[in-house]
Design a protein around this ligand. Sequence first.
Ligand code: AMP
Length: 377
Amino acid sequence: MILPGATLGVLGGGQLGRMFTLAAKIMGYQVVVLDPDPHSPAGQLADIHLKADYRDAVALIRMGGLCDAVTTEFENVPAQSLETLAKHCLVAPSAAALAVAQDRLQEKTHARDSGCVTAPFANIESAADLAAAWRQIGAPALLKTRRLGYDGKGQARVDSEVDLTAAFKELGEVPCLLEGFLPLESEVSVVLARNAMDEIAFFPLAENRHRDGILDISIVPARIPEELAETARDMAAHLARELDYVGVMAVEFFVLKDGRIVFNEMAPRPHNSGHYTLDATACDQFQQQVRALCGLPLGDPRLLSPVVMVNLLGAVWRPQPRWDALLRHPGVQLHLYGKAEARPGRKMGHYNCLAPSVEEALALALETRAELGIGVD
Ligand code: AMP
């Protein structure tokens, strides 16, 4: 067990690293952040901010020497960097678990092998694989790059083999997956923590709505039947155990129109759809990340209040949202990430709307969003 007073490190200084830093500081740890950006959200709060590239061996060795344990806030950390760090301190999740999450083919294959239901998928390494993939999947389908896709980027809907060929070119002829396009009723996610003693704690499922491919709001508890929530938790737990995963991870699922639940993807870190836990559960996802990393018993993930999380993207800065109007509502809890420059799709912060029922929380979220000029679908 790594006890308070020790030093923890995080690779990446974005908002997830910032909220990890805050949780660790509250629990009495020192924090080292590695991020090249001198103004990074987490670097602003850390005890030590190493401003270097994630591949910088000198910075990694320094970090490994300073820290008792290191985790990461993003999945695309070079495996080599984690291996360098692992020679000096505990590192979790492992390079192997991150490698699975970095590649949609490995991710979906692992998920299927550990008992998750997935959309039908076919691997496309090169143009030579297009015809066979089309025969296997057919219309309608989605072509997704295997690596580096996020927030709906790196994917295209295809309805014919001609579309597929054009989309593959458009995406740069990089390795892709062709996936069956499923009839979605809703999208949900489960955030869980697992420690090295194989203890697992689940946060309540979130029902997620996206806009332009980016998470817009999360409604908690998700309005789906309990048996479906149970199936989602079981699938997520199997996947975590199969990867011998240590840390916090999120698993996204589709709920289909026929009532089935299907694995979509995993994130090997706390997740935007888990930000509601900062105000609405006994222990939040970042405290849980600290506990899992340090080999401590996991905290209580129980929901204390229905909640709706609203993301604040840069487009609302014109030049600043009306904070006075928002904070007039006592059920609103605001979280800003300390980013100086507001760009349209950039995640600047979020707020949680707490209310006695999920319907009231959703009404408060929609009302405040409209007041901020976020717009309603
Ligand atoms: P992803 O990057 O895989 O999470 O996909 C981004 C969004 O595209 C998801 O949140 C869904 O709304 C939609 N999507 C992805 N895969 C499928 C699929 N197989 N069928 C239908 N919609 C999908």
